[in-house]
Write a protein that binds this ligand. Structure first.
Ligand SMILES: [Zn+2]
Length: 318
């Protein structure tokens, strides 16, 4: 009688390369995490050193993989060409990362198929496969962290655009000629709604609030600003309200352009929670064209999104 080989459950190794930390995780096709390792990115040491450390860590983990490994999915900060796996452009958060052949280097170091995309696209795919967007074919995932990233899932697949650079929600102009953005333009959503921008705007506003408890907070973080808002601090409340306004302005364009069923908000700023999202929803509901067109919710995968999203790139390619 012919032997039937048991179905071998393969896992994917996900690598999420951020400005602060780099996360490695094995994930099963149904989204279970089997081991996760976090190393500091130490971006200031330069792209070459970072790539060498990533290859070393990946090889070490593959030697102790919990199951056969189907491939490696990489979500990286910066603009990534998913067809070549090369970082087209990275800003000062990752010095020396521009031009890095992430796919080529990792494939040479491990012998496995490697799929690379930007971290926001990987997170969007992860949410759609394993998180708050399960079963939703048309969604937009926006991460509000040090910067503002976006990933678009259209008809169940990542929308890539001509050069793989679609989904840059962070650089939608929400205030023409407004505050400078790290991308070099002015008035982008990122210049108002990133954690970095929230801290900057709070510092600019504080002189008008001599009694604000935020004057004593050092280091000032977006988390502290939102905590102050929740406690009724007028400066914190103002910044929360303004951030919700700018985010809603950006989302109105996203909704009108893409008609998503669901918009997921993640990243550190999303930890401001439902009171913040309620303000965003209220603005959108008062604008007739966008009213009720898209559900706004929080990402489900939290800090693990990068680690879980990146292996989704492997599964999506299968
Ligand atoms: Zn920008």
């Amino acid at each position: 009688m012919a032997q039937v080989a048991p179905a071998t459950a393969k896992v994917a190794l996900g690598i999420d390369i951020g400005g602060t930390n780099t996360v490695f995780a094995f994930v099963t096709p149904d989204g279970r995490l089997l081991g996760r390792t976090v190393i500091p990115t130490r971006a200031q040491e330069g792209g070459e050193r970072l790539m060498a450390r990533i290859c070393q860590q990946a090889a070490a983990m593959l030697r102790e993989a919990p199951a056969p490994v189907a491939g490696i999915g990489v979500g990286s900060a910066g603009q990534i060409d998913p067809r070549t796996g090369v970082c087209v452009f990275a800003n000062d958060n990752l010095p020396g990362w521009t031009g890095m052949d992430i796919r080529g280097r990792l494939a040479a170091a491990t012998g496995l198929p490697v799929y690379v995309d930007n971290d926001a696209n990987a997170a969007a795919l992860g949410e759609q496969r394993f998180g708050a967007g399960r079963g939703v074919a048309n969604l937009v995932c926006i991460t509000l962290g040090t910067g503002v990233g976006g990933g678009i899932i259209s008809r169940g697949r990542l929308l890539t655009g001509h050069r793989g650079l679609a989904g840059e929600v962070g650089h939608i102009i929400v205030q023409a000629g407004g505050d400078p953005c790290p991308c070099g333009l002015r008035g982008c959503l990122e210049a108002y709604a990133s954690a970095t921008a929230i801290v900057r705007r709070t510092r600019e506003a504080l002189p008008a609030y001599p009694d604000s408890r935020l004057r004593q907070v050092e280091p000032l973080t977006a988390r502290e600003v939102f905590a102050a808002a929740a406690a009724g601090d007028p400066c914190g409340e103002r910044i929360l309200a303004e951030t919700a306004w700018y985010l809603a302005v950006g989302l109105a364009s996203v909704i009108n352009l893409l008609d998503p069923e669901l918009i997921l908000i993640g990243g550190g700023v999303a930890q401001a929670g439902e009171p913040f999202l309620d303000r965003v929803r209220a603005h959108l509901d008062s604008w007739a064209v966008t009213r009720g067109r898209a559900r706004i919710a929080r990402c489900a995968l939290g800090e693990a999104a990068g680690g879980v999203g990146a292996p989704a790139l492997v599964l999506a390619a299968a």
